[in-house]
Design a protein around this ligand. Structure first.
Ligand SMILES: NC(=O)c1ccc[n+]([C@@H]2O[C@H](COP(=O)([O-])OP(=O)(O)OC[C@H]3O[C@@H](n4cnc5c(N)ncnc54)[C@H](O)[C@@H]3O)[C@@H](O)[C@H]2O)c1
Length: 249
């Protein structure tokens, strides 16, 4: 990844943060993006301490003007955009379908679906004329199967799978690849919120994983790095599960 220009949304915590460090250790130049300026600037400083170039650009992926500015400022700063990781996501309000609200639907879809759509739109605006680029969308195993109590999140991640395939087909002849990763349960703050943070909740999630354990953020970051690298030149439009066998069952 030496001298590759990499943009990561939702980079300030969890999978996004671990992915930023994985790219930095591989000598990429990074733009880390998120909503909190202080956390973002501290993260960029930590990444620069590793000897790589890193900038924080504030952006909420729900707002097109912010996504457009994020991409444009990345190109202004580094001259091009080689890799984009569309990681920003929310689990929304977990609960039975009959209790779901329009507010939760809108909040979840605005980040998980509109956010990925806007990110793809503005990243491809740069990458297609460049004639090269790699995009990795962070989907979920919930993009392929149902999950009781998470209908809205599940529907939003199914949409991410559809956006990934359609974008990959539109870009296929241009030298731009678009893939997704589909994590199973990974130890992050999101998983804690999803399970209520209880041991019983974690045990239940673990029981869904054939490998018998939860995943960690480094395992997800390495899969993203692989898909974005020149080790995967003929892979596009795919969703790679990082799930200890969950989707195989
Ligand atoms: N942790 C898991 O078990 C798991 C499993 C499958 C998929 N995922 C997906 O992985 C991605 C990262 O999740 P995580 O577990 O690291 O969660 P996390 O909550 O630790 O991190 C998500 C990050 O995205 C940011 N974010 C949320 N909404 C945003 C918005 N509108 N604009 C910009 N940033 C925003 C958050 O502030 C946070 O920094 C998400 O897309 C999530 O759906 C997570």
């Amino acid at each position: 990844m030496t001298s590759q220009v990499v943009l990561i949304t939702g980079a300030l915590a969890g999978i996004g943060r671990a992915t930023a460090f994985a790219f930095a250790r591989d000598h990429a130049s990074l733009v880390v993006s998120g909503r909190n300026k202080d956390t973002g600037q501290a993260l960029a400083a930590e990444l620069r301490d590793l000897g790589t170039q890193a900038e924080f650009i504030q952006a909420d992926v729900r707002h097109e003007d912010e996504v457009r500015a994020l991409v444009d400022q990345t190109v202004t700063r580094f001259g091009r955009l080689d890799v984009a990781v569309n990681n920003a996501g929310t689990e929304g309000r977990i609960g039975p379908l009959v209790e779901q609200t329009i507010e939760n639907y809108t909040a979840t879809f605005d980040t998980n679906v509109l956010g990925v759509l806007l990110s793809l739109k503005h990243q491809l605006r740069i990458m297609l004329p460049q004639g090269h680029g790699n995009i990795v969308n962070v989907s979920s195993v919930a993009g392929s199967v149902g999950f009781p109590g998470a209908a809205v999140y599940v529907a939003s991640k199914h949409a991410v799978e559809g956006l990934t395939r359609s974008a990959a087909l539109e870009a296929a002849k241009s030298g731009v690849r678009v893939n997704a990763i589909a994590p199973g349960p990974i130890v992050t703050a999101m998983l804690d919120r999803f399970t209520g943070g209880s041991e019983a909740g974690k045990s239940f999630m673990t029981s869904l994983v054939p490998a018998g354990r939860l995943g960690n953020v480094e395992e997800v970051a390495q899969a993203i790095l692989f898909l974005a690298s020149d080790k995967a030149p003929f892979i596009t439009g795919q969703s790679l599960a990082i799930d200890g066998g969950t989707l195989a069952g």
